[in-house]
Design a protein around this ligand. Sequence first.
Ligand SMILES: Nc1ncnc2c1ncn2[C@@H]1O[C@H](COP(=O)(O)OP(=O)(O)OP(=O)(O)O)[C@@H](O)[C@H]1O
Length: 361
Amino acid sequence: MTHHTKMPGAAVRVQGLRRVYGDRAVLDGLDLDIAPGEIIALLGPSGCGKTTLLKILAGLEQPSDGEVWMGDTCVATAGHSVPPEQRGLGMVFQDYALWPHLSVQGNVGFPLRMRGVSRQEAARRVDEVLALVGLQGLGARAPSSLSGGQQQRVALARAIVARPQLVLFDEPLSNLDRDLRDSLCAEMGSLLRELGCTAVYVTHDHEEACALADRVAVVMDGRFHQLDAPQALWSAPRTRQVAQFLKLGTLLDAQWQGSHWQVAGAQWRCLVPPVAGSTAAQGQLLLPHGALALGTAQQDDHLPVQGRVLSQHYRCGQFDTWIDADWGQPVRVHSSERLPAGARVPLSLDMQRLHWFAAVD
Ligand SMILES: Nc1ncnc2c1ncn2[C@@H]1O[C@H](COP(=O)(O)OP(=O)(O)OP(=O)(O)O)[C@@H](O)[C@H]1O
């Protein structure tokens, strides 16, 4: 691992970061450069280490190995850690963490008071930021008199009022209902971009991560399985775990037979070439949603794929149709017409959209 590398251009640089509890590496060698103004989402299942990474960025935990840089300051190594209040951070937590004995104004103005900003200037900036988050006129209220969504706006206002160099979010929307989450997520994204904030946003909700972030880090077992723009996660998942976590489609066990893939249990062959450099003969094929459709548009060199209708339900203008296509796992296709359960139907498969993951990836 390299030590004390200067970081021209990056707002935050994480290098070779490890965090060990007992004999278990919860973070296992992470590297991450965050550009100024970039929003990064840390996305992953419960226990994957995303909160631990956020805490290390915040200064609430220390690395076991590796470094964290903010601007041109090294803020954390195994041996030293700059305290949270000296890192120039804003933070937004799941449970809002507002001070109940302070008014909305008092909460939002707190970071300015800590920085010695004059009372008059602080009042002006608090009014300005409350207007930005859509809470103008509510400054005198107690946080407890506000709805959950409003309280989270107060927390957001408090996090950005002092124009921090980095804003950290720990599942900020998970206590809110779906509609409010969607709208607040979109608003937060616009606001952070408007203000040019650099942000790291922890969530286990992939819709939220992809709606908000410039790049999403899919964290699993303490490693980044993929660090990419949201659209790249969908078009080119790097591991089958990413595909599984994002629910991109159906994974089928398959074997490379020298000239084609043979899917276990299926009557058809797939001619997607093996991944360059891969010598594995065993692995899994991902059939992304939408790669399979009702219809017979088979290419010459494939055996026709057929399936049996298992069930259907009507949703958003079409029938979600579950099909048993002989390979052991049902797949979902869309249909414009109602089909009887048990009917055999031809399926077309867009071979270009399949992905192959070698058994050991
Ligand atoms: N102080 C600690 N001592 C021992 N183990 C810990 C400690 N903090 C976290 N862990 C373990 O490290 C792993 C990662 O925890 P972390 O909170 O970072 O996960 P997470 O991805 O944020 O999960 P969640 O979404 O449930 O919050 C977990 O298995 C957790 O039990």
